[in-house]
Design a protein around this ligand. Structure first.
Ligand code: RFL
Length: 403
C-alpha cells in the first residue's frame, strides 16, 4: 500500500458520529436511522459486554412513551412489568406510597437496562445501522468548525479518523467527549455517601421499592426480575466492596430492613457487588460547537431516584429531532436550544435526587451537622410529612416518576 492509500484506508465519515452504545447512543442511533439520517456508533466495549451490563431497571412513563413512539418497546412490554409502589421503613414504623394512584398517576416499568440495550441494539442493526465495537474513541477534534472529527482505535489497534457534520457524546461520565471539554465545563457535587450495590440471585422480597432509613445507615430493595433483586447498603467510604462475607451482608440487610418486624428477605447468591459514591455532576452547557452531550456524558445523578437512564432516553430523543431538522431542512433552531431545554430537565432531576438523598441518609461523616440531634429530627419530620400529607405525597409521586 502506498502512503496515500494507507491514509485513505484510515479515514471514514458519517453525518453524525455517536460515541457510546448505551441507552443514549442507541436511542439516538435508532431515531436518526428511522429518519434516514446517516450515522455510526463507536463503542469501546464488546457486543457481549454491552448486552450484559446490569445497571438501571426503573423506566419512567415518558421513557416508555418515547420507546413506544419509535417501535422500540416490544421487549419491554413482553418481559417488563409495571410498578407503582414504594415502602419506607423507619424507626417510626413503615408506610407505603402507591405512587401510581397519587399525583398524575404515573407508573414505572421494571425492565433491566441490559435487556433494553439488547433490544435497542437489535433494532439498530435490523434497520441497517453501522456500529463499531471494541473501538475506543481517543479524542474529539475541531468541534468549533463545520467539519469535526473523532479519532478512534479499533480492535486491530489501528487508529481511524472519522469526520462528521455533528458529534454526539453519549459515552458516559469518563468518555472521550467529556475529555475534550474545557477544564471548568463540568460542575460536581458529592453527596458524601457511598452505596454498596448488590445483585442477588433471589426473588424480590416485597412488592414495592423498599427504602429503609436506619441509624446504622440506609438499605434499599428494588425488584429487577422474578429471580433477581437489587439491594443497596450505605457503606463506609474507603471500605472494599468484598470486605464482608455474604452472610454478614444479609444479616445487615435484615437489621436495616427490619426483617424481624416486617418479614424475612429472600436470600440468594450475590451475583455482583459494586461501590457507588453518591456524587453527581452536570456538564453545562451541553453544546460545544458541533459536539452535543447526552445521557451520563451530559449529567450524572446519584442512583437514589432512578433518573439517569430516563434522562438519557429523553435527551436522545430531543437531540435526534434537532439533528434531523438541521441535516434534512437546514433548520438549526432545535440544536441552538438543545442545551437549555435539556438542562431544565436535568436540574429538576438533580434537585429531586438531592432531596431523596437527604431523606434517606444521615449526614455524612465530616459534615458539620453529622449525627446532630437537630439534623436527625428534621429528617424524621420530613419523613413524617411524606407519611401524612397528601399534597406532599402527590408532589413526591410526580417527581419520582417524572423526568
Ligand atoms: P452508558 O450506559 O454508561 O453508556 C456509555 C457507553 O459509552 C461507552 N464508552 C466509550 N465508547 C467509545 N469510546 C470511549 N472512549 C468510551 N467511553 C465510554 C461505554 O462502554 C458505554 O457502552 O451511558 P448512557 O447511554 O448515557 O446511559 C446512562 C445510564 O446507563 C445511567 O444513567 C443509568 O444506568 C443510571 N442508573 C439508573 N437510571 C435509571 O433511570 N433508573 C435506574 O433504576 C437506575 N439504576 C443506575 C442505576 C446506575 C447505576 N450505576 C452503575 C451507577 C443503578 C446503578 C447501580
Amino acid at each position: 500500500m502506498t502512503d496515500s492509500q494507507t491514509s485513505r484506508a484510515l479515514r471514514a465519515s458519517a453525518d453524525v458520529v455517536i460515541l457510546g452504545a448505551g441507552p443514549a447512543g442507541l436511542v439516538l442511533g435508532n431515531l436518526l436511522l428511522a429518519a434516514g439520517t446517516d450515522c455510526v456508533i463507536l463503542e469501546r466495549a464488546s457486543p457481549s459486554r454491552v448486552r450484559t451490563r446490569a445497571r438501571a431497571g426503573f423506566l419512567a412513563p415518558n421513557t416508555v412513551r418515547i420507546l413506544d413512539g419509535h417501535g422500540l418497546a416490544d421487549g419491554l412490554h413482553r418481559y417488563g412489568h409495571p410498578h407503582a409502589a414504594c415502602e419506607f421503613r423507619t424507626q417510626d414504623g413503615r408506610f407505603r406510597l402507591d405512587y401510581g394512584a397519587l399525583g398524575q398517576g404515573g407508573r414505572h416499568h421494571v425492565y433491566p437496562q441490559q435487556d433494553l440495550v439488547t433490544d435497542l441494539l437489535r433494532h439498530y442493526l435490523g434497520r441497517g445501522g453501522r456500529i463499531r465495537f471494541r473501538t475506543e474513541v481517543l479524542a474529539v477534534h475541531d468541534t468549533d468548525g463545520t467539519r469535526p472529527s473523532v479519532t478512534a482505535r479499533g480492535p486491530d489497534g489501528r487508529t481511524v479518523r472519522w469526520t462528521a457534520r455533528y458529534v454526539a457524546g453519549c459515552d458516559g461520565r469518563r468518555g472521550a467527549a467529556r475529555r475534550s471539554l474545557p477544564a471548568d465545563a463540568v460542575h460536581h457535587h458529592d453527596h458524601g455517601v457511598t452505596w454498596l450495590g448488590l445483585l442477588a440471585q433471589a426473588p424480590p422480597s416485597l412488592d414495592a421499592v423498599g427504602y429503609a432509613v436506619h441509624d446504622r445507615g440506609f438499605a434499599g430493595h428494588m425488584a429487577r426480575t422474578p429471580e433477581v433483586t437489587r439491594y443497596y447498603l450505605q457503606w463506609q467510604r474507603g471500605t472494599a466492596a468484598d470486605a464482608w462475607p455474604e452472610q454478614r451482608i444479609w444479616d445487615e440487610l435484615d437489621i436495616r430492613m427490619r426483617a424481624p418486624e416486617y418479614g424475612p428477605l429472600n436470600r440468594g447468591a450475590l451475583l455482583e457487588r459494586g461501590l457507588f459514591d453518591l456524587s453527581c455532576d452536570v456538564a453545562e452547557p451541553l453544546r460545544h460547537g458541533s459536539l452535543f452531550l447526552a445521557g451520563d456524558a451530559a449529567s450524572v445523578l446519584a442512583p437514589a431516584a432512578a433518573k439517569g437512564a430516563n434522562l438519557a432516553v429523553l435527551e436522545a430523543e430531543m437531540l435526534a429531532e434537532a439533528l434531523v431538522d438541521a441535516l434534512t431542512r437546514g433548520d438549526t433552531g432545535g440544536l441552538d436550544t438543545y442545551s437549555d431545554r435539556s438542562l431544565e430537565h436535568i436540574w429538576r432531576a438533580q434537585e429531586f435526587t438531592g432531596w431523596m438523598t437527604r431523606l434517606l441518609h444521615a449526614p455524612p461523616d465530616g459534615d458539620p451537622g453529622a449525627g446532630s440531634f437537630f439534623q436527625a429530627a428534621r429528617r424524621r419530620s420530613r419523613i413524617a410529612s411524606l407519611r401524612t400529607s397528601r399534597s406532599h405525597q402527590d408532589w413526591f409521586a410526580d417527581n419520582y416518576v417524572g423526568v
